[in-house]
Design a protein around this ligand. Structure first.
Ligand code: SF4
Length: 315
């Protein structure tokens, strides 16, 4: 399926509870990340790296962004298939998007590379940064985020603090808590102490709502999340989408939706993602699984990859 993964660098706009209609921009190949979080909804990291480079040609990405501006998104969001700060030309990208549109620009980052001055500088032109802090110390951080060996917890936190000092836009710190690992009063208090030093505008509390990379990355209940927000203080707000959690069969139900769609007509990856209202990386997971089961097959037509139900599964 590799040829299908980069039919476009841009996806959406997808509805986002925090960002409105968000036009996503992928800046790295699928699962290229400095972390391998146990809760990652994209699956395990296949390219764990701290190397910043121009993973995709800047002009190609910009052309794709320009082609999607008619959709009038609320935000252009640098996010996607891995860690966006691994893209070495963010500063130029942001500046050239500014030449094209007044739309606000956000970046959702794991924050692991903000200790690098060049990375912090490259983000100064965006309107909103959403970095992560999921643990209060080295050991738990290694357990939850499984970072690249070149990284250290204290240096990572220094980067979060440094960006706050230098960046003039909105800064929302995201804290994702996991049942039985970080969802304890003690860990949350220690996270709150570090967050107070960072001094973000808001602290968004999240938990693992979609199928995670590892089954032991379990979600925290809504009631406990609200209690933890109370411990952290007035800047904390629970942003976890408990409605998206669904029953245990959520993954199977969505997979069935994809199959139903493909039984009606062949679709590209983009069609499937739009049809389900999900990020294309989530659509890839369903297509991968259906392909493995043999209920879906892909065909190349006019340079595009189409997915369709195999004969026995067509309506
Ligand atoms: S959740 Fe984000 S930071 Fe963690 S492995 Fe997935 S893409 Fe990387």
């Amino acid at each position: 399926m590799s040829d299908a993964k980069h039919t476009s660098y841009v996806y959406g706009p997808v509805p986002s509870r925090r960002l409105g209609r968000s036009l996503g921009v992928d800046l790295v190949p699928f699962k290229t990340c400095s972390y391998d979080c146990i809760y990652c909804q994209l699956g395990r990291t296949t390219n764990k790296t701290v190397e910043c480079r121009e993973w995709f040609p800047l002009d190609d990405v910009l052309r794709d962004v320009a082609a999607h501006l008619d959709s009038k998104p609320d935000f252009i969001t640098l996010s996607g298939s891995g860690e966006p700060t691994l893209y070495s030309r963010i500063r130029q990208l942001v500046s050239r998007i500014r030449d094209m549109t007044d739309t606000s620009i956000a970046i959702i980052t794991n924050g692991s590379l903000l200790w690098k001055e060049s990375v912090r500088e490259s983000l100064l032109g965006v309107d909103l940064v959403v970095p992560s802090l999921d643990a209060a110390g080295e050991e738990t951080w290694r357990r939850v985020n499984r970072p690249h060996n070149a990284l250290s917890f204290d240096t990572m936190v220094e980067g979060l603090e440094g960006l706050r000092r230098e960046f003039k836009g909105d800064y929302w710190l995201e804290v994702l808590l996991l049942e039985g690992i970080t969802a304890t009063d003690d860990e949350v208090r220690r996270i709150a102490e570090i967050a107070a030093r960072i001094n973000p505008d808001k602290i968004h509390l999240n938990t693992s709502m979609r199928p995670p990379a590892e089954s032991f990355a379990r979600p925290v209940s809504r009631a406990d999340m609200e209690r933890f927000a109370g411990i952290i203080g007035e800047k904390a707000v629970v942003v976890a989408d408990f409605e998206a959690q669904g029953p245990e069969g959520d993954f199977s139900a969505r997979k069935a939706d994809v199959l139903a769609l493909l039984q009606r007509r062949p679709c590209t990856l983009k069609d499937v993602a739009a049809g389900l209202g999900v990020h294309h990386n989530e659509a890839i997971k369903y297509l991968d699984e259906l392909s493995r089961e043999g209920t879906v097959e892909s065909r190349l037509r006019d340079g595009k990859t189409y997915y369709e139900a195999t004969e026995g599964d067509r309506e």
